[in-house]
Design a protein around this ligand. Structure first.
Ligand SMILES: Nc1ncnc2c1ncn2[C@@H]1O[C@H](COP(=O)(O)OP(=O)(O)OP(=O)(O)O)[C@@H](O)[C@H]1O
Ligand SMILES: CC(C)(CO)[C@@H](O)C(=O)[O-]
Ligand code: BAL
Length: 281
């Protein structure tokens, strides 16, 4: 496995990869969720390229950019074990040599909703760095986690709308045995907050169960809200919504997605699940 720190080194390393290349983009602090992405890439592409970069552009001024966990040595070990060929881990100046870029990707309507409403500018920052990383790594396949479902949806949309020649592959969310979705930010949680964080997955599970029982969209949402409220106190709901699987506006029936975001102490967590509603008669 080769570690490259500059764009020039990356270009040389990329040129040496023959066959298909799968990219896994991360902000480091790798966990079993990232490992699932790496496994999928290993299975579906001839070579695996991992990027590790805590992208300042997607953090708001009051967010956790400075305290975001940075664990490069451990991350490299995870990548090595997972069979990655190349890891690109640039410094900030390497990615943004002119400081903040003046041109950014416009994420459109969806970019201002849900995560984009609570984190203004977030998806401008995400899509800008993802597009830059697509240009630099030139992957055939790109693997993104369903845990960040709106991000996955917007990356797919960007690839389609801006003609990026890449196949975007979604990987199901990896969870702790008690249901908590793995997230690098889980390491911020105290034991009490960890218990309160279960409200998110409990809400989603209750919604999914209501849907399996044939309940309509209103009852599914009510069940999810009820379970969120019945959890260990400490989680403050940001949003809990039931949408079309492409996050398009309008009434939902059949396949749908239930998405939740909440604050637990100073940590913001997100989660989501696929739901199948009975078709409306
Ligand atoms: N539990 C998970 N299951 C599957 N994929 C995941 C999971 N957690 C993160 N990913 C995916 O890993 C990629 C890199 O994500 P990132 O490095 O931001 O990790 P993260 O755990 O989501 O961090 P954060 O806590 O900052 O949100 C993204 O495509 C993300 O969706
Ligand atoms: C896609 C990404 C690596 C862009 O910085 C980040 O948003 C993430 O880790 O999900
Ligand atoms: N996991 C998506 C990146 C972020 O929350 O900043």
């Amino acid at each position: 496995m080769e570690l490259v720190r500059t764009r020039e080194e990356l270009t040389t390393a990329r040129a040496g990869l023959t066959g298909t290349v799968g990219v896994v983009m991360t902000m480091g602090a790798l966990h079993a969720g990232h490992e699932a992405l790496l496994r999928a890439a290993r299975e579906q592409a001839d070579h695996v390229l991992v990027t590790i970069f805590v992208n300042p552009l997607q953090f708001g001024p009051t967010e956790d950019f400075d305290r975001y966990p940075r664990t490069l040595d451990a991350d490299l070990e995870v990548c090595r074990r997972a069979g990655a060929d190349v890891v690109f881990a640039p410094e900030r100046d390497e990615m943004y040599p002119d400081g903040e870029p003046r041109v950014r990707v416009d994420p459109g309507r969806l970019g201002g909703e849900l995560e984009g409403q609570s984190r203004p500018g977030f998806f401008h920052g995400v899509l800008t760095v993802v597009l830059k990383l697509f240009q630099l790594t030139r992957p055939d396949l790109a693997f993104f986690g369903e845990k960040d479902y709106q991000q996955l949806t917007l990356v797919r949309r960007m690839a389609r709308d801006l003609d990026v020649p890449v196949r975007v592959v979604g990987v199901p969310t990896v969870r702790e045995p008690d249901g908590l979705a793995l997230s690098s930010r889980n390491r911020y949680l105290s034991p009490e907050e960890r218990a309160a964080a279960l409200s998110l997955s409990a809400a989603l599970r209750a919604g999914a169960e209501a849907a399996e029982q044939g309940r309509d969209a209103g009852a599914v949402l009510a069940a999810a809200h009820g379970a969120f409220g019945a959890g260990t106190p400490g989680a403050r709901l940001d949003y809990l919504v039931l949408t079309d699987p492409d996050l398009e506006p309008g009434p939902v029936s059949g396949p749908a997605r239930l998405l939740v975001a909440a604050w637990v102490g100073t940590t913001r967590l997100i989660d989501n699940m696929p739901i199948r509603l009975a078709p409306r008669s």
